[in-house]
Write a protein that binds this ligand. Structure first.
Ligand SMILES: Cc1cc2nc3c(=O)[nH]c(=O)nc-3n(C[C@H](O)[C@H](O)[C@H](O)COP(=O)(O)O)c2cc1C
Length: 229
C-alpha cells in the first residue's frame, strides 16, 4: 500500500562512518536533513550512522531507503539512539545503498556481546527494505550464524495501511504478523527468540502527538530486558 506521494528514490546519504564509543555518535550528514514537515521535537537532531550507549546488550539495525522523506522512522530513531545499553546503526548512513558493501566480520562481531537484535524499517511492498534484506544476505549468509542462537529478535516496523487493512478479513487479507512471516522463519532457522513485533500501523503522515506516542512506546519496549530462551 504505497503512499500516493512521489516515490522516486531519493539520493541516499553518501557519508560513511566508523565505529564510536559510549554515547558516541557519528552524524550521517546533509542527506538526512530534517524536513519542514517534521515536528519540532525532531528539529536539531542529526540522523546518526552509529551511536553506542553504555555496554550494548541490544543492537538496533535501522534502514530506510529514502531517509530524507522519512517522518515516522526518523522519529523512532530518536529513542532508539537514546536507549541505554544499545548500539544503533543506520544501514544507509553507514553503507549507502551498496547492497554488497557490508563488513561481514565486523557486523558479526557485534553479535557476540549482544542479547537482542532489533530490526527497524518501514514496510515497502509488504516487505523489508532492500538494504535490510541485503544485510541479512551478506552478514548472515546462507547458514545460521551461531552468534545469534538464543538471542531475541525484535522487529520494529511502520506502515501506511491501518489496523483495519491488516486483517484476514480486511483489504489486505493478512495481518502484519503474517506479512512478517519471513522474519519469523528466519528467527526459527537461526534459533533466535522471535518477539511480538512492534508495528506502527497506519503511521504514514502521523502528526506530532502520534509520533511522540510511537517514540514513547519504542522507548518503553527497549527498556524491557532482552528475552531469553
Ligand atoms: C515504495 C513504497 C512502498 C510502500 N509499500 C507499503 C506497503 O506495502 N504497505 C503499507 O502498509 N505501506 C506501504 N508504504 C507506506 C510506508 O510503509 C509508510 O509511508 C512508512 O512506513 C512511513 O514511515 P516513514 O515516514 O519513515 O517513511 C510504502 C511506501 C513506499 C514509499
Amino acid at each position: 500500500m504505497p503512499n500516493e506521494r512521489d516515490n522516486s528514490p531519493a539520493t541516499p546519504d553518501s557519508s560513511h562512518a566508523g565505529t564510536v564509543s559510549r554515547r558516541s555518535v557519528v552524524t550521517a550528514g546533509a542527506g538526512l536533513a530534517i524536513g519542514a514537515a517534521v515536528p519540532k521535537l525532531l528539529s536539531g537532531t542529526g540522523a546518526q550512522a552509529q551511536v553506542t550507549n553504555g555496554t550494548p546488550r541490544t543492537l538496533i539495525i535501522a534502514s530506510h531507503p529514502y531517509p530524507d522523506r522519512s517522518v515516522v522512522n526518523r522519529a523512532l530513531w530518536e529513542p532508539a539512539q537514546a536507549a541505554d545499553d544499545t548500539m544503533f546503526k543506520n544501514l544507509e548512513s553507514v553503507y549507502g545503498d551498496n547492497l554488497q558493501g557490508f563488513d561481514r566480520t565486523a557486523e558479526r562481531r557485534l553479535y557476540q556481546s549482544m542479547e537482542r537484535l532489533v530490526l527497524m524499517f518501514p514496510i515497502h511492498w509488504f516487505n523489508m527494505t532492500p538494504m535490510m534484506k541485503a544485510y541479512m544476505n551478506e552478514v548472515w549468509g546462507s547458514g545460521a550464524p551461531s552468534e545469534l542462537r538464543g538471542k531475541e529478535l525484535l522487529v520494529v516496523t511502520t506502515t501506511a495501511g491501518g489496523p483495519d487493512a491488516y486483517r484476514r478479513d480486511g483489504r489486505l487479507g493478512f495481518t502484519i504478523e503474517e506479512v512478517l512471516t519471513p522474519l519469523r522463519a528466519s528467527a526459527n532457522y537461526t534459533s533466535m527468540i522471535f518477539s511480538e513485533p512492534l508495528a506502527f500501523l497506519g503511521a504514514a503522515g502521523a502528526g506530532a502527538e502520534a509520533l511522540r506516542q510511537y517514540q514513547d512506546t519504542l522507548a518503553a519496549r527497549l527498556r524491557e530486558a532482552p528475552r531469553k530462551a
